[in-house]
Design a binder for this molecule. Structure first.
Ligand code: ZN
Length: 490
């Protein structure tokens, strides 16, 4: 009686999964801080939910997560769990079915229901492409495929099929898309509940999908409509989420420590983000202010960090990259004013600014800012950008901005939250992870030295970490010595 997110696709398909995105999509559906995720066990993570919101999507999610389903497909009642398989575009099921731009809910293999033969397990699989770009028919459009499907909407649609599978109430399915089959009609009607809920959070009116038409198209013409769908039907965090996804993809590729960092990060982030969206819904001027004075500078900062992680940037290159963000003085002044406006959210303990909504301030103070992950990844970068912009407006040139930028990064980068995972790694992997951190994030000697110092202090009694730190200091000394004298032996 449980819902899980799959971490290891062995036996089901190629291992092209994105379980973190699966959980993000579920939190966007729930928009409720009661949604949680357990540590991985046996290749999957259990989802928990203590509901505090009463909308149809939340009630449905609550039922999926907290009901024990024991359907009888003809050979006696059996427990059936729901397993969410959040796939990348490249995910291919073991029978060769590509999941690109696709979603499906597969009944247990011995249920005899349609699709069961594709399922190698006795659980109900909910499979979807987390990066899908498809367009479907909006209600009243006469069948023109002009409505985007965001990943949370696709996942929720598949949950609707899954709900009837685990209750053994699946309706008739046909191969045609127009008119849609009774089963698809029911899933589209449920899907529209989420579309309505998402639009309500924004104070917008929902564009609904036509329940009578299940057709879809995936060509590139869709992209414009999908961008609109992103703006209209997804939460205002979606661009942040995409930016973070990009930063995450860059910084974690192949590193255990990076994965652990983002697991912590997203857990802390989703402890307040859905509620923050609800508080911002309908308040256009507040959303505008946060976009200009928080989200945009944050995106700019992380874009530069990703570029710097790919190739070492000199201090002047950093200064030039910063200046390029501000095409003219008016833009810089406007951005600076917005940054001043939002600084009230973290600078002042009691929120002197009368324009700062008290509820949002209280939420952030209570749930967001105590997290070292939020401080390091969200607050410190925006403060840093604010300080640089102040210098720029006072007349600093690219080399001067670059020096200030480098100094600020030296103070910021090595203070990245250190997770306990380091303690569990064998020496060879500690060495690899450290090398990655130094290349992708730390880069300068000052920054590397400080990070090693923190790591050493934190894990002084862990042999693997202490050993590698001692060793790499020796290697550094050796390298310096070798470069300043002739190579003695080889
Ligand atoms: Zn469907």
């Amino acid at each position: 009686m449980a819902t899980f997110i799959l971490q290891d696709a062995t036996g089901i398909g190629s291992d092209d999964l994105d379980p973190t995105q699966g959980f993000i999509d579920m939190t966007i559906i729930a928009n409720d801080t009661g949604l949680g995720i357990a540590d991985p066990a046996a290749g999957k993570q259990r989802i928990t939910y203590t509901r505090s919101v009463n909308g149809p999507p939340q009630l449905r999610l609550d039922a999926m997560i907290n009901t024990g389903f024991s359907p009888d497909y003809g050979s006696g009642a059996n427990n059936v769990d729901t397993i969410v398989v959040a796939g990348l575009k490249s995910l291919v099921l073991d029978d060769g079915t590509s999941m690109a731009n696709n979603g499906t809910a597969l009944p247990p293999k011995s249920s005899g229901l349609p699709g069961a033969s594709l399922n190698p397990t006795e659980q109900c699989l909910v499979i979807y492409d987390t990066q899908l770009t498809i367009c479907v028919a909006s209600a009243g459009s006469g069948g023109s495929l002009d409505l985007g499907v965001s990943a949370p909407v696709a996942l929720y649609h598949e949950f609707s099929h899954a709900f009837r599978i685990v209750n053994n109430t699946l309706l008739a399915l046909t191969g045609t898309c127009d008119p849609s089959s009774p089963e698809e009609r029911a899933a589209i009607i449920d899907e529209n509940d989420l579309r309505t809920d998402l639009a309500n959070r924004q104070g917008a009116s929902a564009t609904l999908r036509d329940p009578g038409n299940h057709c879809g198209k995936t060509d590139s013409d869709c992209e414009s409509c999908c961008i609109i769908a992103t703006l209209v039907s997804r939460s205002p965090v979606s661009r942040q989420v995409q930016m973070l996804r990009c930063a995450r993809d860059h910084f974690v590729r192949g590193t255990e420590v990076g994965h652990a960092f983002f697991d912590h990060f997203f857990r802390d982030y989703y402890a307040f983000s859905p509620q923050a969206c609800t508080l911002m819904a309908g308040d256009q001027s507040l959303r505008r202010q946060l976009l200009d004075g928080f989200v945009e500078p944050l995106l700019d900062f992380w874009n530069i960090m990703v570029a710097r992680g790919r190739r070492v940037m000199s201090s002047t290159q950093l200064g030039t990259a910063f200046i390029a963000l501000h095409p003219d003085r008016l833009h810089a002044e406007r951005r600076h004013a917005a940054l001043l406006g939002t600084s009230a959210y973290w600078e002042s303990a009691d929120g002197q600014s009368t324009e700062t909504p008290a509820q949002l301030m209280a939420l952030l103070r209570e749930r967001a800012w105590p997290s070292p992950y939020m401080q390091w990844a969200l607050v410190a970068p925006v403060r840093l950008m604010h300080a640089l912009l102040t210098r720029y407006l006072a007349g600093a040139d690219a080399p001067a901005i670059g020096r200030a930028f480098t100094e600020a990064l030296d103070a910021w980068a090595p203070e990245v939250p250190i997770c306990t995972l380091w303690a569990a790694l064998p020496a060879a992997q500690v060495r690899r992870e450290l090398a990655f951190c130094e290349r992708a994030l730390l880069q300068t000697t000052k920054s590397k030295t400080r990070f090693r110092q923190r790591l050493g202090e934190r894990f002084c009694d862990i042999t693997a970490v202490a050993g590698v730190l001692g060793q790499s200091q020796a290697i550094d000394k050796g390298d310096t010595w070798r470069t300043t004298t002739a190579n003695p032996t080889s």
